[in-house]
Design a protein around this ligand. Structure first.
Ligand SMILES: [Zn+2]
Length: 263
C-alpha cells in the first residue's frame, strides 16, 4: 500500500457509474495498469482535462491490494494535434487496441511503451503519412509481440530470396516463397498466398531489422503505403485472429487501405 509515480500514456477510458472512469495506462515499468479515477467526469474535477485518451503524463497513483487509484497528474505531452484529428486518433486507437489485447501476456512492456509513445509523437508532429506511421508501428509491434514473418529464404526450398525476382507471401505460415514455390502455393491456397512487391519486401525487412527508434525513419511512395497497409491488415489478422481495422470508416471516402485483393 502506498503512493507511486509512474510515467505513462492513457490507452483507454472506460466510464463507470455517473462520474467515475477507469483509465488503462501503458507504463514503462509496470505494463498496462488499470487505474480508478473517482469523480473525474465531473466538470469541476481538476484532473479531467489532463486524463484524456493518449494523454502522456507522470501519474501519481495510490496502490492498495493491487488496485490503483489516481491522485495527481503532471502532463508531459497532451499530443494536441493528434487529439484534434480523427484520422490520427484512429491510427493511435488501432495501435492501442493491439497493445491492450496482447500486452498483458508479454514480459517487459518497456519496448511496447517506447514504440507507442514514439508513434504518438510522429502522429502528433504530422511530418509523415499517418497510414505509414500506423503500418510501420504495427509491424514493429508484431515483431515485439513475437510474430516475426520469415523474410530471408523461401519456405519450401530454403533458397535466399533476393530483392530482384518475384516474391510470394503465405499469410498462413507467415513466410516468403520464391517464384516457383510461390506459384505452387498460390494454386493450392489461393486465399492465403499473394504476390508481394520487392519494395514491400525491402520495407518489411527494414522494419524487422531496424532498431525501434528507426521504425519511422523511412519514406514510402503512396503505392507502397497502400500495399503495406493491405499486407499489415492481413498479416495481423492471420496472427492475432482478429481484424484490427479502425480505418474502415475512412475507406468509404476513398482513403487507404483498400480491401485486400488477389494478385
Ligand atoms: Zn522456393
Amino acid at each position: 500500500m502506498g503512493h507511486i509515480k509512474v510515467r505513462g500514456i492513457i490507452l483507454r477510458l472506460v466510464n463507470f457509474k455517473d462520474y467515475d472512469r477507469y483509465l488503462s495506462i501503458l507504463t514503462q515499468d509496470f505494463g498496462v495498469l488499470s487505474v480508478f479515477a473517482k469523480g473525474i467526469r465531473r466538470s469541476t474535477n481538476r484532473l479531467g482535462s489532463r486524463c484524456q485518451l493518449f494523454s502522456f503524463a507522470d501519474f501519481e497513483l495510490f496502490e492498495s491490494k493491487g488496485r490503483y487509484s489516481i491522485d495527481g497528474v503532471e502532463t508531459v505531452s497532451s499530443f494536441s494535434k493528434l487529439q484534434g484529428d480523427l484520422l490520427r486518433l484512429s491510427a493511435a486507437s488501432q495501435l492501442a487496441e493491439i497493445i491492450l489485447d496482447n500486452a498483458n501476456e508479454q514480459q517487459g512492456s518497456d519496448q511496447l511503451y517506447a514504440l507507442f509513445v514514439r508513434a504518438c509523437y510522429e502522429l502528433d508532429l504530422g511530418r509523415k503519412d499517418p497510414f505509414l506511421i500506423t503500418w510501420a508501428a504495427e509491424m514493429k509491434l508484431m515483431n515485439l509481440l513475437g510474430f516475426q514473418p520469415q523474410l530471408a529464404e523461401c519456405r519450401s526450398c530454403e533458397s535466399p530470396i533476393e530483392e530482384d525476382g518475384e516474391v510470394y507471401f503465405d499469410y498462413h505460415n507467415a513466410a516468403v516463397y520464391c517464384r516457383r514455390h510461390g506459384l505452387v502455393k498460390f494454386e493450392e491456397f489461393r486465399s492465403n498466398t499473394a504476390k508481394i512487391s520487392l519494395a514491400l519486401l525491402r520495407a518489411l525487412r527494414f522494419l524487422a531489422d531496424c532498431p525501434l527508434e528507426r521504425s519511422f525513419s523511412f519514406d514510402a511512395a503512396p503505392e507502397l503505403i497502400e500495399e503495406l497497409g493491405m499486407f499489415t491488415l492481413r498479416f495481423v489478422e492471420a496472427r492475432l485472429d482478429k481484424r484490427y481495422d479502425k480505418f474502415s470508416f475512412f475507406r468509404d471516402f476513398g482513403l487507404p487501405p483498400k480491401e485486400p485483393s488477389a494478385p
